[in-house]
Design a protein around this ligand. Structure first.
Ligand code: ADP
Ligand SMILES: Nc1nc2c(ncn2[C@H]2C[C@H](O)[C@@H](COP(=O)(O)O)O2)c(=O)[nH]1
Length: 214
């Protein structure tokens, strides 16, 4: 049984690479709730009102996926639960959540992480982190075209996205729940370019091989 989780900023390519990994390794893919997420458009329209609700929504849906994925299959998840606190901390630092909401959220997250310790597998086997620059992130967000994520629609997102990248750097450095590998998302166009896809899949497979997982 091997469980991989992807991490990275918005539009880094997590969902795309998740599908590719699942196909290549014959594993099951789990995707975070985005298009069917009723809170996400509300959050982008009024972040201060909906930051807490959105975080609870994501935590709940991610926990459902993790419980299924950490059972006894080969699985790949398109975002890690370990990034939830990064998002909420950043939004709280921006004044979009009050101290009571932060305390309740942290307690709930801690409580859920305790539950994971009782699972057949407690942590993922490998974190695959996709690193992107601000310019690449914006290019991909534009390409995907979700209206509420566009900087043309909401110029305050320029600051939000810059901050997010600043939070990701130390987050990745400090991540220690499993072995990890960093994919250069600026360099490799693994969506459009088959050669780049082969290189990235090779990097992931080499790491799994080194770990004795394949
Ligand atoms: N390495 C890449 N090269 C070119 N396009 C990419 C790459 N990664 C993602 N994309 C494109 O960028 C958009 C966002 O990718 P997605 O996988 O949804 O990102 P995430 O799940 O990290 O938010 C999609 O339109 C996807 O086709
Ligand atoms: N405030 C939060 N927003 C989150 C969280 N997880 C995801 N998201 C947002 C970011 C994107 O707009 C969208 C999908 O994310 P992708 O990276 O897959 O494009 O959802 C979160 O925990 N808090």
């Amino acid at each position: 049984m091997t469980v991989l989780v992807l991490s990275g900023a918005i539009g880094a390519g997590k969902s795309s690479l998740t599908g590719m990994i699942a196909k290549e390794l014959g594993t099951k893919a789990f995707y975070e709730s985005v298009d069917d997420n009723p809170v996400l458009p509300l959050f982008y329209a009024d972040p201060s009102k909906y930051a807490f609700l959105l975080q609870i929504y994501f935590l709940n849906t991610r926990f459902h996926s993790i419980k299924a994925a950490l059972q006894d299959d080969n699985n790949v998840l398109d975002r890690s639960i370990y990034e939830d606190a990064l998002f909420f901390q950043m939004n709280a630092d921006m004044g979009r959540a009050n101290q009571t909401e932060v305390a309740i959220y942290k307690d709930l997250l801690g409580n859920m992480m305790e539950e994971l310790k009782g699972m057949p597998k407690k942590n993922p086997d490998l974190l695959v982190h996709i690193d992107v620059s601000y310019d690449t992130m914006i290019k991909r967000i534009t390409k995907r075209g979700r209206s509420y994520e566009q900087i043309q629609t909401d110029p305050s997102l320029v600051d939000y996205y810059h901050r997010l990248l600043d939070y990701y750097d130390p987050w990745y450095k400090n991540y220690q729940y499993s072995p990890k590998i960093r994919i250069d998302g600026d360099r490799y166009d693994f969506v459009e370019n088959p050669k780049d896809r082969e290189i990235v899949m090779g990097q992931i497979k080499d790491k799994l091989h080194e770990m004795g997982k394949i």
